[in-house]
Write a protein that binds this ligand. Structure first.
Ligand code: ZN
Ligand code: ZN
Length: 210
C-alpha cells in the first residue's frame, strides 16, 4: 500500500516527507494506522550516526489503531488501540526469563533494517528503505510483529501514549530495576522528556538515566 513517511535519506540529512510503499502484514504481523509518534534521542542518533542502514524510515514510539492483522494473529483485531515498541525474538533465554530488552538478537531485529528473509518492508520507487526498531513509526501506517504491539484502553488518548514504547519504559525501568527505591523514598528527576538527564548514582554502575 502507499503511505506517507518521513524518510531519512542519509547520514545527517533532513527528513523528507515522501510517498512510499509498505508491504502487507505477514502471518504474525499487524498493520497499524499511526495516530501519533514520539521522537526519541535514538532517532536523532540513527539520523546522524552509523547505527542503522540508511536510507530509512525512523521512529520507534508509535501509537495507533489496528487496520489489518496477519492470518496467525489471534490476540489483536482490527480497531484495537495499540502502542508499538521494540522487536524481540520471543524464544531466547533472556526473553523467556522476562528480559526482552536484552534479547540475544535485539540488534539484528531492531537495527538491521530488513526482514529476517532479507526482504524489505518499505520501498521508495522500488528501492529498499530500512525499517527501524520493529516499526518505523514516522509514517502514516506501520507494520509490526504482534509481539511488539501492546493493546491499550480505548478511553486513553492515543496522542499521549507513543513514548511508552521507549522513553517512558526506559525511565521507569531505570528507576524500578536499577535504583530500586524503597517504599516512601523520594526521587528527583532532572531534565526534559521521559528519560531526563544523565546522572550518576552510587551503586557501582556507570552513568545511568533516571
Ligand atoms: Zn531473544
Ligand atoms: Zn527510544
Amino acid at each position: 500500500m502507499k503511505i506517507k513517511a518521513a524518510v531519512t535519506p542519509g547520514q545527517g540529512k533532513d527528513f523528507i516527507i515522501e510517498e512510499i510503499d509498505l508491504a502487507a502484514p505477514k502471518t504474525n504481523e499487524v498493520l497499524v494506522k499511526i495516530v501519533a509518534t514520539g521522537v526519541c534521542h535514538t532517532d536523532a542518533v540513527a539520523r546522524d550516526a552509523d547505527i542503522a542502514p540508511l536510507p530509512a524510515v525512523l521512529g520507534h514510539e508509535g501509537s495507533g489503531i489496528i487496520e489489518e492483522v496477519g492470518e496467525g494473529v489471534t490476540r489483536l483485531k482490527k480497531g484495537d488501540h495499540v502502542v508499538l515498541s521494540f522487536a524481540h525474538c520471543g524464544h531466547c533465554e533472556n526473553y523467556l526469563t522476562g528480559h526482552p530488552t536484552v534479547c540475544e538478537t535485539f540488534n539484528d531485529l531492531n537495527f538491521w533494517g530488513m526482514n529476517d528473509d532479507y526482504s524489505h518492508r518499505l520501498l521508495k520507487d522500488g528501492k529498499p528503505l530500512s525499517t527501524f526498531i520493529g516499526q518505523s513509526s514516522f509514517g502514516t501506517f506501520a507494520v509490526a510483529h504482534e509481539r511488539n504491539v501492546v493493546k491499550v484502553d480505548k478511553d486513553v488518548d492515543l496522542a499521549l501514549l507513543g513514548p511508552f514504547g521507549c522513553g517512558i519504559q526506559t525511565g521507569a525501568g531505570t528507576v524500578l530495576n536499577s535504583i530500586k527505591p524503597e517504599f516512601g523514598s523520594t526521587i528527583a528527576i532532572y531534565g526534559a522528556g521521559a528519560v531526563g538527564s544523565w546522572f550518576k548514582y552510587d551503586n557501582g554502575s556507570k552513568n545511568s538515566r533516571p
